[in-house]
Design a binder for this molecule. Structure first.
Ligand code: BGC
Length: 378
């Protein structure tokens, strides 16, 4: 997958302008918002009023390659940070938590002045991030919150609860469009329980689905309605597929129709669709997230119902703009000071707005995406 550097630079420039435009409006008690807009921006001072050096080393610790967005982030961080004059160290922790802990410590040893973390397990990095802070580094949680530590200065992500709400709404809309009258039989899939995003995704979706379950319009045939029951260890496709196989053979082999599936991302949606089609059932209405290439094709072809567009270029550009701000002795832009309590403190956040994508608006949403658009028929 390759994205043009032109796009990266353009996005980084937009981020830098937004930052320059707001760096003087410091305010400690701005209103929280669940939707990120430029006019709600504020900034947060990195602890100790840090000014990082020109050409500073910037560590970026990414999790496993569990979806395409992470792979793209690696390239965008390398290109964008280099372009901005920094020395990036960007690493995946494919072997898991211990590898990521060691990578962060090694980044600190190499004098990383900012550590950007997409955590494998958001609650297992406290002591490593404290070491980073002790050495004077600024710590930015990227996409996934880090929990139970005050060693994190800011969180930059798409609004996770909103992602879930959009998924819940899409499932209801798709059922109405494709499956006739209620009641509908559905099943629920959640993300990995070590990822701090998985609960807001699930709770956002359930905020839309639970009233319909309570009212009898939706029936979770398996009865597996809790996050714990629905969770998918490691965000692994094979785990979701295995669980769906068991559900399908246990509850849908007698002709009961499976009308819909809540899936938290595209990888798991495709795994569920494989399970369902191997069992010979009709395609259920199914949600997703990440706008992965195969899922976008499936949406255009009328199979997967929806995905979420979280433009990784935007998220990386926002993160790099924060690093640039530190280098200019400014503060990190934020627009939310209430939503992300990590157990020790409310982490100041910059939340970007996710977009729902269905067959109807796919061409429009991806029109300017060099990998996904412009969409052509067939
Ligand atoms: C990201 C999702 C992604 C999932 C699995 C989450 O933390 O926010 O976009 O689908 O990880 O990689």
């Amino acid at each position: 997958m390759s994205r043009s550097l032109k796009g990266i630079v353009a996005f980084a420039a937009v981020g830098a302008f937004a930052l320059a435009g707001c760096s003087s409006e410091r305010s400690g008690d701005e209103e929280s918002t669940s939707s990120a807009t430029a006019d709600t921006q504020s900034t947060v001072a990195a602890e100790g009023g840090t000014c990082i050096d020109e050409g500073a080393t910037i560590g970026v610790a990414l999790p496993q390659k569990t979806s395409e967005n992470w792979v793209l982030a690696e390239q965008l961080f390398n290109d964008g940070l280099t372009e901005a004059g920094f020395s990036p160290i960007v690493q995946f922790a494919n072997a898991g938590v211990t590898e990521q802990q060691n990578q962060i410590l090694a980044m600190v040893e190499q004098d990383a002045q900012v550590v950007v973390v997409g955590a494998v397990d958001g609650s297992q990095l406290g002591s490593q991030l404290e070491t980073a802070k002790d050495q004077g580094a600024t710590v930015i949680a990227y996409d996934r919150l880090v929990k139970n530590t005050d060693a994190v200065d800011a969180y930059i992500a798409f609004d996770n609860f909103r992602v879930g709400e959009l998924q819940g709404e899409a499932l209801l809309q798709g059922l109405g469009e494709r499956k006739g009258e209620a009641p509908y039989n559905i099943e629920l899939i959640a993300g990995s329980s070590d990822d701090a995003n998985s609960i807001p995704f699930f709770e956002g979706a359930m905020s839309k689905l639970q009233p319909e379950i309570d009212g009898g319009n939706l029936v979770v045939t398996s009865g597996q309605t809790t996050f714990e029951q629905a969770a998918t260890a490691g965000w692994k496709a094979e785990n979701a597929q295995k669980r769906m196989d068991t559900i399908v053979s246990g509850y849908y082999s007698d002709g009961t129709e499976l009308d819909g599936v809540l899936s938290p991302n595209d990888t798991l949606a495709r795994a569920a669709l494989t399970s369902v089609s191997q069992a010979g059932l009709d395609t259920p209405v199914i949600t997703g997230q990440d706008s992965e290439v195969e899922s976008v094709k499936s949406i255009v072809a009328g199979e997967q119902y929806s995905t979420i567009y979280k433009d990784t270029r935007e998220l990386v550009a926002q993160t790099i703009a924060s690093v640039v701000a530190l280098q200019e002795c400014g503060d990190i832009p934020i627009n939310d000071t209430e939503q992300y309590d990590n157990g020790v403190k409310v982490v100041p956040a910059f939340l970007l707005e996710p977009k729902i994508v269905t067959q109807e608006n796919a061409a429009e949403v991806y029109a300017n995406d060099p990998t996904l658009g412009p969409l052509t028929e067939g």
